[in-house]
Design a binder for this molecule. Structure first.
Ligand code: ATP
Length: 471
């Protein structure tokens, strides 16, 4: 360690003589270990903790006078799992000075001091309140983070909260729920920011102002796709500890426009066709709780494929070598201009090749558009899960096409060209007017949907999945 030493002292950790060293980067515990061959101490072992990973330091109960401190820290385990561990440090001469210095460095490490927490009590298995109060809140308390908690009382409550609350006093918003709750907060905040800045957010060509308050997601929903993307794992403790660490990166989202209005902001998946039909079905089966998903998927696979007719246009992102940003190319059209589709979907993540697999990167510059025409329903599901697992989806013209480097796309559904007199046709017409956004169905007012990718739009607490990507 070459950093300038601010304070050091000889202490004892696990009964061993140890040098405790404090620098601008963090704390180091350096002990000498006995060589296997010789009986003398001749090797040094150093355990380094950077400030983001130190949760707290406090006197061991009733042992402060004896110079014993408890150091709680975040341990990085395999597979991106984070855990809290504790070290007992003995033989400290000046406990107060160490506590003050350590607390000072933690407080300037970027750790959030005040968080606004929104809990969905009915998301997933309905355990949001337990998850928060049993697991997350004790960790926030240990890290001396103040919280202001609100529990949602109805659907769209989170959207209203996000649109109307002044978050200037908070260092972040913690969402205890699933992707649907995240989508509501995202949308409410986006509208709040645009209204405050006088941005005409309903116009699809208007540049939007980006969000500035970081969001953290504690998995308490059914799918929990966003939390998996940003933490690399679905784990309540890991998600909470990533929020405490304070590291955040800007993720991309889609803004979706319909009938000259911003319909929604989408953080996980935009889909039209088979997936919106599926989500509509899971809504009808809500009484089955979590079982509704496998039940609806099996039902979808067994039914006849529903095709719809549409025009599809897209713009690619062109990397601008001058500023490494990206500019937009001309609109292109999928030929033939009007054709039958069974599903069109996109996720606001970029697949980045690394070694012999891809990393699903939420912080990228462009996305893939998956266009399913002649393929089977099983192939549509497979492409979706392959994408989430970072597998490359191979384009098969006339069956399932993958259009890369997408920035925007425009979909114009052709309604009612079939004879829609039977009850099945009436149902199909209703399905034509639905889209799936982050696992929730939304109604369309007109046939045209415009989807724009917004780069680096929302700061999300979580780990950096790929070294070197844009923050
Ligand atoms: N108190 C409430 N009563 C009824 N509905 C609510 C309440 N709070 C939130 N909701 C609604 O619950 C829906 C689903 O929430 P959430 O995303 O948290 O869980 P999920 O759907 O089980 O998980 P996922 O979206 O990850 O699959 C949201 O659309 C939200 O509007």
């Amino acid at each position: 360690m070459n950093e300038e030493i601010i304070m050091r002292e000889s202490v004892r950790v696990k009964g061993k003589e140890t040098q405790m060293i404090l620098t601008l980067q963090g704390l180091e515990l350096r002990s000498r270990i006995r060589s296997i061959r010789r009986s003398s101490y001749n090797k040094e072992k150093a355990f380094h903790l950077n400030w983001k990973d130190i949760m707290s330091v406090r006197p061991a109960p009733n042992l402060k006078e004896a110079g014993v401190l408890l150091l709680h820290y975040i341990s990085h385990e395999t597979n991106k799992i984070l855990l809290v561990k504790t070290l007992q440090i003995q033989g400290i001469r000046n406990c107060d000075q160490w506590i003050d210095l350590i607390n000072h460095h933690i407080s300037v490490s970027g750790r959030p001091k005040r968080l606004f927490v929104v809990i969905n009590p009915i998301g997933g298995a309905g355990k949001g309140l337990h998850i928060y109060y049993d697991t997350v809140e004790p960790l926030f308390k240990l890290a001396s983070i103040e919280t202001s908690v609100i529990v949602t009382e109805r659907s769209k409550h989170a959207l209203n909260i996000a649109e109307s609350t002044d978050f200037s006093q908070f260092d972040g918003i913690v969402i205890v729920g699933g992707d649907g709750l995240y989508q509501e907060i995202l949308q409410g905040l986006t509208v709040q920011v645009q209204k405050k800045d006088g941005v005409n957010y309903n116009h699809c060509d208007q540049e939007l102002h980006k969000l500035n308050v970081p969001l953290g997601i504690i998995p308490a929903g059914t799918g929990n796709g966003v939390t998996r993307m940003i933490n690399g794992v679905i784990d309540v403790r890991t998600a909470a500890l990533n929020i405490i660490r304070g590291e955040h990166h800007r993720a991309q989202v889609f803004t979706v426009y319909n009938n000259n209005k911003l319909l929604c902001v989408c953080g996980l998946i935009f889909a039209y066709g088979m997936f919106s039909d599926l989500i509509k079905r899971t809504d009808e089966l809500r009484w089955m709780k979590r079982l509704r998903y496998p039940f609806a998927i099996i039902g979808t696979l067994m039914k006849r494929k529903r095709m719809f007719q549409a025009e599809l246009h897209y713009r690619l992102s062109v990397l601008d070598s001058m500023d490494e940003g990206s500019s937009l190319a001309e609109w292109m059209t999928i030929e033939p201009a009007i054709q039958d589709y069974c599903c069109i979907y996109a996720l606001p993540f970029e697949l980045i090749p690394k070694d012999n697999h891809n990393i699903v990167n939420p912080y990228g510059q462009h996305v893939q558009l998956i266009v399913c025409t002649g393929c089977s329903k099983l192939a549509v599901f497979k492409s979706f899960f392959d994408f989430l697992m970072g597998k490359t989806i191979t384009s098969k013209p006339g069956s399932l096409e993958v259009i890369k480097n997408i920035r925007d796309f425009k979909l114009k559904a052709v309604y009612g060209i079939q004879d829609r007199s039977s009850s099945q046709d009436v149902r199909n017409t209703a399905l034509d007017h639905l889209i799936d956004v982050d696992g929730e169905v939304l109604n369309l007012e007109t046939a045209e949907i415009i989807v724009r990718l917004q780069n680096s739009f929302v700061p999300l607490f979580g780990c950096r999945l790929l070294e070197g990507h844009q923050q």
